[in-house]
Design a binder for this molecule. Structure first.
Ligand code: SF4
Ligand code: SF4
Length: 228
């Protein structure tokens, strides 16, 4: 899932200081799970905003809402009318949700309440770990299901480096060496030979933003449906 963290309150407050009617819009998926932008966090931020306005002697109306997924038109279309009645929206979604909402209500500024951090897993309660850097050419099939790019401090596709030390990473003693983890996982799977394979460097230079993905099968099915 996408992991985000809330920006400091003062930063959010400053972004919307000129607005009088503000909607705070949460997202009920990834950022709700990582406790950054779900319904509860919307409630908390709204309470902070109202209190700050009161202390500053400002008359600010704060509305609250949370949609299932802010990165999906289907879920945000029903709240657009309400959003257009405001003079600003504070989005508590990841950067994708903020942008889609902004595309749909262009005349109303949408401000991000979160910093979008990474794609990761929930390790234990309250702790998330980056697991994928979206390289577009996944090697997990060869590395025992452990990503060398996200999990290795140097993102080495061929490891370990000379700094690996008793299973720990030279960058931090608190961090497991990704390539030791990969070695141990491959050992368990009887696939240690994989570690001899030399992977070519990742061709990041060929990666032109923004990436667009088209599902031809889906498009054909849609066309057939329309043309009967
Ligand atoms: S190799 Fe790592 S960064 Fe690349 S797609 Fe797979 S999990 Fe993601
Ligand atoms: S010690 Fe291991 S995890 Fe750390 S940079 Fe070297 S190969 Fe990567």
């Amino acid at each position: 899932m996408i992991v985000g963290e809330r920006k400091p309150f003062d930063e959010i407050k400053e972004m919307v200081q000129d607005h009088k009617k503000i909607m705070i819009l949460g997202c009920g998926t990834c950022v709700a799970v990582c406790m950054a932008g779900g319904e509860k966090e919307v409630e908390l931020l709204a309470a902070q905003m109202r209190l700050a306005a009161k202390l500053d002697g400002k008359n600010v109306e704060v509305m609250e809402d949370t949609v299932t997924r802010q990165c999906d038109r289907e879920y945000i279309e029903p709240i657009l009318e309400k959003a257009r009645e405001c003079d600003a929206v504070i989005s508590m979604a990841c950067g994708v949700g903020v942008q889609l909402l902004s595309d749909l209500i262009e005349e109303i500024p949408v401000y991000p309440a979160l910093n979008t951090r990474f794609i990761g897993t929930n390790e234990v309660e309250g702790v998330w770990l980056e697991r994928c850097m979206m390289c577009g050419d996944c090697v997990l099939g060869k590395t025992g299901g452990i990503c060398p790019i996200a999990m290795c401090a140097k993102g080495l596709v061929n490891g370990p480096c000379g700094g690996t030390n008793k299973g720990k990473c030279e960058v931090s003693n608190e961090k497991d060496c990704a390539w030791t983890l990969i070695y141990r996982r491959l050992e368990k799977q009887g696939k240690l030979d994989n570690i001899r394979e030399i992977f070519p460097p990742k061709k990041y230079g060929l990666h032109v933003n923004p990436i667009r993905q088209v599902n031809e099968a889906y498009l054909h099915a849609e066309m057939e449906e329309h043309h009967g």
